[in-house]
Ligand binder design. Structure first.
Ligand code: ZN
Length: 164
C-alpha cells in the first residue's frame, strides 16, 4: 500500500539529468543516497514537481522540460562587464571559471567568467543550464507524510534532506 505523491509528502527520488545531446549532467544513482524533497514547497523545479504528482513508490518517470520550464532562456542582459578591480587583487581570473555572485535582488547566483579585456571582465549571470532543454529520468523510492516541523521549514529532514 503506497500513497501517491501530493502536497505535503516527503518524496525520495533517484534521478539522472541529461541534456539534448544525451550527456549526463547530474545523477545521484551512482552510489548516492536518494534525494529527499518536500512536494509543493518548491524544493525542485516546478515542471519536475508537476510530473511527479500522483506517482507512487517504484514508479519510473521520464520528464522532458523546455528551457523556459527549467532554468529559463539565456538572457543577454545577464552578460555584463565588470571592472577587474571588483575582484580580489590576488585572485587569478580566467575564462571559464565560476564563482557565486549576487543578482539584482540579492539572491546567490552562479556566475561564469567569459572573457577578460584589459581591466574589464565579462561575466555571465545566466544559470549554467539556461537555454537548455532538460531530460530527467526519475525513480520514486519513497513517499511519506511530512512532519509538522518539515512543513514549517519547507524542506525534509533526515536522510537525503536537511541535517540541522
Ligand atoms: Zn529544517
Amino acid at each position: 500500500m503506497s500513497s501517491p505523491i501530493a502536497e505535503g509528502k516527503v518524496v525520495g527520488i533517484y534521478y539522472t539529468l541529461k541534456n539534448d545531446a544525451g550527456e549526463v549532467l547530474d545523477t545521484n544513482r551512482k552510489g548516492g543516497k536518494p534525494l529527499a524533497y518536500l512536494h509543493g514547497a518548491g524544493n525542485i523545479l516546478p515542471g519536475l514537481e508537476r510530473a511527479l504528482l500522483g506517482k507512487v513508490k517504484n514508479d519510473d518517470v521520464e520528464v522532458h522540460l523546455e528551457a523556459a520550464d527549467a532554468y529559463g532562456e539565456v538572457n543577454p542582459e545577464a552578460v555584463r562587464q565588470v571592472p577587474r578591480a571588483s575582484f580580489p587583487a590576488h585572485a587569478e581570473i580566467v575564462p571559464g571559471m565560476r564563482f557565486t555572485g549576487q543578482d539584482a535582488s540579492g539572491r546567490q547566483v552562479p556566475v561564469a567568467v567569459q572573457s577578460i579585456e584589459g581591466d574589464q571582465v565579462t561575466v555571465d549571470h545566466n544559470h549554467p543550464l539556461a537555454g537548455q532543454r532538460l531530460h530527467f529520468s526519475v525513480t520514486v523510492v519513497g513517499v511519506r507524510d511530512a512532519k509538522d516541523e518539515e512543513r514549517q521549514h519547507g524542506h525534509p529532514h533526515g536522510p537525503g534532506g536537511h541535517a540541522h
